[in-house]
Design a protein around this ligand. Structure first.
Ligand code: ADP
Ligand code: ASP
Ligand code: MG
Length: 414
């Protein structure tokens, strides 16, 4: 019998009524002959609420306890989904991550999946169970404690289950009907893509398009899992949504295929840093140990043995970064004159695999931003993306103008 993974995001399980609606889709797939693994997120807004409580009580929290708290939202929806299915007379049972068990490493709050043993659920399916409902976003560490997989991690749970159980497909049900050229909440001109290549989706996700968690795309790419992103609200149709697939399964592609943004960024600058071998290691080593996710890095030209070092990181990690850098200065590992933090910046990026073979994308991007009078603070590039850091207040404007400049509203226009 074929296996199918269906993942329902927070808005799709936000109320008992929506859980019922999602369960009807599951019932249809059971009627189609599938054994279904349903992965659920917490109800919309629940995880934010839980994170808020943790921060209120302990700003530099113990990540083990953070995981104990924030994993609880998914436990509720998993049980409710199983109950809803049982009410529909479908043999269903729920499991939390540790019960399956979904085994992870010990990196609390950002754990990596190591293994999902399949024998137990296989046996349950063989005994007649039709739907296994599994709480997304969570697993268990080698020490036996609950871990979570980072925000948006239920997508990764879903793809990992699809790979482990050799599912025919992994359907990700969310509040938009697919992957768009940019976030449809930012511009109504955003266009739904029927297909998107793994590499592009990976870049879009890692640059802020939260429709899929980055790690879920990495896993899908590595294990060749067919991922479909679709809405749990629209009418059902076999071809609905966006298929995330290999590059060679896409007939026509633009040079630039998407615009992504990350709103909550910060720019930190160390002024008057000593310019000597090993200084970058002395700065970024402790930042990494403190769990600061450094993204863009710029080192200025040195003058009289001193240089300035700028980097970006998520805005909620500024406190951690400051503490780590001040600690390194106090212990004499680094010296600097001043530490500046600009917490009002955002990152905007254009992405496309066509950039590998086409020049001029950067110039076009900078021209579009110039026309809107948007000042660029930091630039980084890779083979298939260009990112800029700008003032947060211009973020929407920048996304809209780049979407227009590359003609993304129309297929095949750049
Ligand atoms: P879920 O709770 O279902 O996991 P998320 O909020 O994590 O949903 O992800 C869906 C959201 O991603 C959409 O509501 C949309 O605002 C946002 N998004 C950002 N970029 C894109 C994009 N390129 N295409 C589609 N949605 C996007
Ligand atoms: N509930 C978790 C979050 O909001 C995981 C998820 O929804 O994917 O980040
Ligand atoms: Mg999500």
């Amino acid at each position: 019998m074929s296996r199918l993974v269906m993942k329902f995001g927070g808005t799709s399980v936000a109320t008992p009524d929506r859980i019922r609606r999602a369960a009807k889709r599951v019932a249809r797939e059971v009627a189609n002959g599938h054994e279904v693994i349903v992965i659920v997120s917490a109800m919309a807004g629940k995880t934010n609420e839980l994170v808020g409580w943790v921060n209120e009580i302990s700003p530099f929290y113990d990540a083990r306890e953070y995981d104990a708290v924030v994993s609880s939202g998914e436990a509720v929806t998993a049980g409710l989904m199983a109950l809803t299915l049982q009410e529909m007379e479908i043999p269903a049972r729920s499991w939390q991550g540790w019960q399956v068990p979904l085994l992870t490493n010990g990196a609390h709050s950002a754990a990596r999946i190591e293994e999902i043993p399949t024998a137990y659920l296989d046996e349950r399916f063989a005994q007649g169970m039709k739907v296994a409902v599994v709480a997304g976003f969570q697993g268990v560490s080698p020490e036996g404690r609950i871990t979570t997989l980072g925000r948006g991690g239920s997508d990764t749970t879903a793809v990992a289950f699809a790979a482990a159980f050799d599912a025919v497909r992994c359907d990700i049900y969310t509040d938009v009907d697919g992957v768009y050229t940019t976030d449809p909440r930012i511009t109504s001109k955003a266009r739904k893509l029927d297909r998107i290549a793994f590499e592009e989706m990976l870049e879009l996700a890692s640059l802020g398009a939260k429709v899929l968690q980055t790690r879920s795309v990495e896993l899908a790419m590595r294990f060749g899992v067919k991922v479909r992103v679709l809405s749990s609200f629209g009418d059902y149709d076999e071809t609905a949504g966006t298929l995330v697939c290999a590059e060679d399964e896409i007939v026509e592609s633009n040079v630039v295929n998407g615009v992504a943004y990350s709103r909550e960024e910060a720019k930190m600058t160390l002024l008057g840093v000593e310019d000597r071998p090993g200084i970058a290691a002395a700065i970024f080593g402790p930042l990494s140990e403190a769990g600061v996710n450094v993204d863009m890095i710029v080192q200025n030209i040195a003058e009289r043995g001193k240089t300035d070092m700028t980097f970006s990181c998520p805005v909620d990690e500024v406190g951690r970064a400051r503490k780590a850098l001040e600690g390194s200065r106090d212990s004499g590992d680094i010296g600097y004159a001043e530490l500046l933090a600009d917490t009002e910046v955002a990152k905007v990026s254009v992405v496309g695999i066509g950039m590998r073979s086409h020049a001029g994308v950067a110039a076009r991007m900078f021209e579009a931003l110039k026309d809107e009078n948007v000042n660029i603070k930091v630039i980084t590039t890779s083979e298939i993306k260009i990112s800029v850091l700008i003032d947060r207040k211009y973020m929407e404007l920048a996304v809209q103008s780049l979407h227009d400049a590359f003609g993304l509203e129309t297929a095949g226009s750049n």
